[in-house]
Design a protein around this ligand. Structure first.
Ligand SMILES: *[C@@H]1O[C@H](CO)[C@@H](O)[C@H](O)[C@H]1NC(C)=O
Ligand SMILES: *[C@@H]1O[C@H](CO)[C@@H](O)[C@H](O)[C@H]1NC(C)=O
Ligand SMILES: *[C@@H]1O[C@H](CO)[C@@H](O)[C@H](O)[C@H]1NC(C)=O
Ligand SMILES: *[C@@H]1O[C@H](CO)[C@@H](O)[C@H](O)[C@H]1NC(C)=O
Ligand SMILES: *[C@@H]1O[C@H](CO)[C@@H](O)[C@H](O)[C@H]1NC(C)=O
Length: 575
């Protein structure tokens, strides 16, 4: 029971702050010139619509965490593999205590107390559910319903919000406000009945992993993320195993539900993306224990029929969950993303630091690079849509997020045997993140070979360049809603590459070594020797022919596709 003195204290604090914050000078915290292409203002937001406000508190110790990341993932460093515990990473993600108190006082001044809040394990996120009317008062803004003209989705957002000036240093950002990203699944469906098909057996042959047996019990695990109501259909999984991975027949995965994520088993609810990812990752690595994370992006709707669909971003929820877990899969694959420019830079930075934290815990994270070449996949200058969203409406290549985060391993797509770049394989250069030192040499070399002036102004040559690696991405045979069908996209490449990495982690763990953790420093310095360099093909888009795959790293296929046995030899040579 709450003591009387606490109640009194509450009252005093509330009264004090009622004046101290509401009458403060508000200053714009974040704003965008206009919503990203496709989103159109539809109507004012209903005042009683509930928003789940996610308040990100600054992480002043992140530079220390990053230093740990570089040390524990650098194969030449004496601390290689010396991963941090959950508690240790949380110390580096935590805000200043003074920040936590100040934000609590501000919330209390609007009648939002501790019992209404949800805090992340590291205290770096505060979540509060408030009606639009109150959010508008707190953020001195006006929310609207926006409609997407192509997909007919509705979301509640604003293009600008403000905070009392004294709070600016204590709050990194608040969402949902200016974030319009949709984080699509990077898959494209194909129903070509006479095509050659990719299967787990074929991938094991192509990537030189025939006969390697993983352990069910050495502690190695693999994880797959699912968003946007993408559900693994268990019958589809078994049907796939029966035909294409018979050893795995009858095996199962662990389901982890985050933020109320479902795994609806109705045939109609089967997700192509979730089916693809689980069938390949779990089929290729069986009997390695598999986990499927199903993360909902939206809190329950207001029972008002006109309430639009709420699509809160899901990554911060997923990160909050995994970073608070003690035991994590050593390899995790994600096949979702969106145009970098639809993601506010503050949010992109924040989510990217979460991936860095996973790296310090020894997790190898892979992401699909995207399916639009250098942008929009459309090489017809009349119809391509590669324009900046910063008010300049400048023509430019369109990088993807989280593909362009420097703390993840990004996987592009190849096709055919012998392998060549898939034309849709996205690749390029971030406009938010600068080039990390691990790829300095490889990327400079690529850039130095480009004819002078190539695509000047269309991309940022100093940005984080991606993809890092690649894998097959077309004609993957999957079981979907009870039938076999083909599917493609870099969505297929990420779980494929992750499966090879999971087998490497398996080999290292069985040899009494640590998992590989964040892969890029190793891949760019040593691991590339265990990859097949892909040197043909290109990734057209934005009215151009895109970049060419070349000898060495390139922004279409990265350093190349895996040769498991060679990679295993290299990985086992590491301490
Ligand atoms: C919005 O939500 C409704 C009700 O849950 C659902 O039927 C509809 O398909 C959703 N629309 C989109 C575009 O997600
Ligand atoms: C496999 O696991 C899923 C998720 O926990 C569960 O719904 C399903 O019933 C399990 N299937 C079998 C055959 O045990
Ligand atoms: C499961 O999915 C089906 C098909 O989309 C839908 O009709 C049903 O309402 C869903 N069930 C739940 C509990 O959401
Ligand atoms: C941006 O420029 C392109 C090409 O000139 C044009 O088609 C498009 O409508 C412009 N978009 C905006 C938002 O001004
Ligand atoms: C790609 O290769 C073609 C053929 O060699 C060449 O004409 C073109 O300039 C190259 N493009 C880039 C961006 O390197």
């Amino acid at each position: 029971m709450r003591s009387l003195s606490l109640l009194l204290l509450h009252l005093v604090v509330t009264l004090a702050n009622a004046t101290s914050y509401k009458d403060c000078q508000f200053k714009i915290k974040e704003s965008i010139v206009a919503p990203p292409r496709g989103w159109v203002e539809h109507a004012p937001a209903p005042p009683n619509h509930i928003l789940e406000l996610r308040i990100a508190l600054p992480q002043p110790y992140f530079p220390l965490l990053e230093k740990h990341l570089w040390e524990v993932s650098d194969p030449t460093h004496k601390r290689y593999g010396d991963y941090l515990s959950k508690e240790e990473t949380e110390v580096f993600l935590a805000p200043y205590p003074h920040t936590v108190d100040t934000v609590s006082e501000w919330l209390a001044s609007y009648g939002i107390y501790e019992e209404h809040l949800f805090r992340s394990s590291a205290q770096d996120w505060v979540t509060a559910r408030v009606p639009v009317s109150l959010a508008e008062e707190m953020l001195d803004t006006k929310y609207h319903i926006y409609r997407h003209s192509e997909t007919d989705e509705y979301i509640v957002r604003t293009t600008s919000y403000s905070l009392p000036e004294v709070l600016h240093e204590h709050i990194q950002f608040i969402q949902p406000t200016t974030m319009f990203a949709r984080f699509k699944a990077f898959k494209s469906t194909m129903h070509w009945t006479t095509a050659p098909s990719i299967t787990p057996t074929c991938l094991r042959q192509l990537y030189n992993a025939v006969g390697y047996e993983t352990s069910a019990t050495n502690g190695n695990q693999i994880g797959i993320t699912g968003y946007l109501e993408q559900y693994v259909n268990n019958d589809d999984l078994q049907q796939f195993f029966e035909t294409y991975a018979p050893a795995a027949c009858g095996s199962n995965y662990t389901l982890v539900s985050i933020n109320g994520g479902q795994n609806n088993q109705s045939v109609a609810a089967a997700g192509e993306e979730a089916d693809l990812d689980s069938q390949y990752a779990f089929g290729l690595t069986y009997p390695t224990p598999g986990t499927f994370y199903t993360t909902a992006g939206s809190p329950p709707f207001d029972p008002d029929a006109r309430t639009p669909n709420n699509t809160n971003e899901p990554y911060s929820y997923w990160l909050e969950y995994v970073l608070s877990a003690e035991n994590l899969p050593q390899t995790i694959s994600t096949s979702y993303g969106d145009d970098e420019q639809t993601v506010p830079e503050s949010y992109a930075n924040r989510v990217c630091t979460g991936f860095a934290a996973l790296g310090t815990r020894g997790v190898s994270i892979t992401f699909s690079s995207g399916d639009i070449g250098v942008g929009d996949g459309d090489s017809n200058p009349e119809t391509q849509k590669c324009f900046s969203n910063d008010g300049r409406n400048a023509t430019m290549f369109i990088p993807a997020f989280p593909a362009a985060c420097p703390y993840v391993t990004t996987v592009g797509g190849t096709a055919y045997i012998p392998e060549t770049a898939a034309s849709f394989s996205s690749g390029g250069f971030s406009n938010y993140f600068s080039r990390p030192s691990y790829q300095d040499e490889a990327v400079s070399e690529y850039l130095s070979k480009l004819p002078p002036g190539t695509y000047e102004g269309l991309y940022n040559p100093d940005g984080r360049a991606y993809p890092d690696v690649s894998a097959q991405s077309e004609w993957f045979m999957i079981a979907y809603q009870g039938k076999f069908t083909y599917i493609g996209g870099t969505s297929a490449s990420s779980p494929t590459f992750a499966s090879i990495i999971s087998m490497l982690n398996d080999a290292r763990i069985s040899a009494g070594k640590k998992s590989l953790g964040f892969l890029n420093p190793w891949l760019y310095s040593v691991g590339y020797a265990g990859l097949n360099d892909i040197t043909t093909g290109n990734n057209p888009g934005c009215g151009t022919e895109g970049f060419n795959a070349t000898t060495g790293w390139d922004p279409v296929t990265g350093l190349g596709t895996p040769n498991f046995e060679k990679l295993k030899d290299l990985a086992l040579q590491l301490p």
